[in-house]
Design a protein around this ligand. Structure first.
Ligand code: SF4
Ligand code: SF4
Ligand code: SF4
Length: 368
C-alpha cells in the first residue's frame, strides 16, 4: 500500500497558533524535516492548513480545513477530516488509518522542525491578556527565563490539557519532555480564575470531537456548571461533583485530549478554592468580571398586563403565565438571552443583579 504523510497545521490548542508560526518562520527547516520523514517511509506529502492561510513553496499537495482540534495529530482523525467527516481519532497501536487507499501518518511542523534541528529546541506560545507572543526556547530553560511569571496570580501550563500553578511556582519549572509546554497563559491579579475556567471549558466543549460520551457530555456539563458559578446558580456540592466526574473522565475518555481536558479546571479549583467559594457562596467576584455580566431577567409585577407575548419569544420555555395573570420567569431555565425583553411592548421585562420581590403563585394583573 502507498503511504501518505500529512503535515497537520490544525492540531493546536486554544490560543496557541504554533503550527502556522513555525511553518511560516522556519519553512526551509520544516520542509527539510518533512522530506526526511517522507523519504524514510516512501510517502507522498500533503499539507493540511487552516482555511484562508496561504504558504508558498510547500513541497506537496495542499488541502484546507475549517476544523481545528487537538485530535488532529492522530492519523485516523486526519483521514476522517480529509474525507469530510468529524476529527474522531483511533488510537490502537496496530491500527492503520487509510485515506485515498494510502496509509496515513501525521507530522506537525514542530516535529518536522525537530527532525532537522534536533528536539531540544521548543516553541512556546505565551499568552497574556489579548496578546500572544511565540518564543523559541530550549529544554532545560525555566519558565521564568522565557516569561514574566514571578508576580503572576496564576499560570496555565499547556493549554486545554494543562494545569494551573502559581506564578512563583511556574517560574522555577524547567521546560522538559514530560509535560506540554506549547502554551503558557499568564493570569494577573485582575483576572478572575473562575471566569478563565468558563472560557477554557467552552473551548474544551468546542474541541471535543464527540466520539465518546464521557468527553462529550462531560465537557458540556462542566461548561454549564462553571458558567453557573459565575451567575449565582451553582451550589458548593458542584465542586465535589466536578472532582468525581473528572476522575471518571480521566480514566474513561478515549483519547489524550479527553483524558486531560479536566485538568485546568480541577487544578484551578484546588489552587483557588477560596475564589470558587466566594463565587458560589457569596455570589460575588472580587475581580468584577462575573456578576457584572450576570444580569438576571425578571418581569415587573406592577407593570405586566398578562398578554403572553414574552412566552412565545422565549426559546427556553422559561416564562410561565396565562392571559390576564402576571407572568414569571423561571430563573433555573432562563439563559439570559434577552429575547423576551425585545418582545414585551409594555417594557415590563427588566434586568438586575439581584431580583426584587416577585410573585410566587399565580396573581392576577393589577392585584400585586
Ligand atoms: S476523548 Fe473527547 S476528543 Fe477524544 S475521542 Fe473522545 S470525544 Fe473525541
Ligand atoms: S432572557 Fe431569554 S431565556 Fe430568559 S426568559 Fe427571556 S427569553 Fe427566556
Ligand atoms: S411581561 Fe410583557 S409580554 Fe410578557 S405577559 Fe407581561 S406584558 Fe406581556
Amino acid at each position: 500500500m502507498e503511504n501518505l504523510l500529512v503535515v497537520s497545521c490544525v492540531s493546536d490548542d486554544v490560543k496557541a497558533p504554533l503550527s502556522m508560526y513555525i511553518l511560516r518562520n522556519y519553512k526551509a527547516d520544516v520542509i527539510a524535516g518533512v522530506e526526511k520523514y517522507a523519504k524514510e517511509f516512501g510517502a507522498e506529502i500533503l499539507y493540511l492548513l487552516p482555511e484562508q492561510e496561504e504558504v508558498d513553496g510547500l513541497n506537496g499537495e495542499i488541502r484546507y480545513t475549517k476544523m481545528s482540534s487537538p485530535t488532529l495529530n492522530n492519523p485516523y482523525a486526519v483521514a476522517q477530516v480529509l474525507s469530510g467527516n468529524l476529527p474522531r481519532p483511533m488510537i490502537q497501536d496496530d491500527y492503520v488509518a487509510i485515506y485515498d487507499e494510502k496509509a496515513v501518518s501525521v507530522i506537525t511542523p514542530e516535529a518536522a522542525y525537530g527532525m532537522t534541528k534536533g528536539f531540544d529546541e521548543k516553541f512556546v506560545a505565551i499568552n497574556s491578556g489579548e496578546k500572544t507572543e511565540i518564543k523559541k526556547t530550549t529544554v532545560g530553560q525555566s519558565v521564568g527565563e522565557i516569561a514574566s511569571v514571578d508576580s503572576a496570580k496564576a499560570v496555565l501550563l499547556g493549554g486545554l490539557k494543562g494545569r494551573f500553578v502559581t506564578g512563583p511556582e511556574a517560574s522555577k519549572i524547567k521546560i522538559d519532555e514530560t509535560e506540554n509546554f506549547s502554551s503558557i497563559t499568564i493570569y494577573n491579579e485582575e483576572d478572575c480564575i473562575v471566569d478563565a475556567c468558563v472560557q477554557l471549558m467552552n473551548a474544551a466543549y468546542e474541541n471535543s470531537c464527540g466520539k465518546c460520551v464521557l468527553c462529550r457530555e462531560g465537557t458540556s456539563q462542566f461548561k454549564q456548571i462553571v458558567t453557573e458559578m459565575t451567575t449565582g446558580k451553582a451550589k458548593m456540592s458542584d465542586v465535589d461533583l466536578i472532582k468525581e466526574v473528572s476522575e471518571l473522565i480521566t480514566i474513561g475518555a478515549y483519547c489524550p485530549f479527553g483524558q486531560h481536558m479536566t485538568r485546568p479546571l480541577t487544578t484551578a479549583m484546588e489552587l483557588f478554592a477560596e475564589e470558587f467559594e466566594e463565587h458560589i457562596k457569596k455570589k460575588s467576584c472580587k475581580c468584577g468580571k462575573c456578576y457584572k455580566q450576570a444580569e438576571l431577567y425578571y418581569i415587573d409585577p406592577d407593570e405586566c398586563i398578562g398578554c403572553g407575548e414574552c412566552i412565545d419569544a422565549c426559546p427556553e420555555d422559561a416564562i410561565e403565565g396565562k392571559d390576564g395573570f402576571i407572568h414569571i420567569i423561571d430563573q433555573d431555565l432562563c439563559e439570559q438571552c434577552g429575547k423576551c425583553l425585545a418582545a414585551c411592548e409594555e417594557g415590563c421585562i427588566k434586568t438586575a443583579t439581584k431580583l426584587p420581590k416577585l410573585p410566587k403563585k399565580k396573581t392576577k394583573c393589577g392585584k400585586w
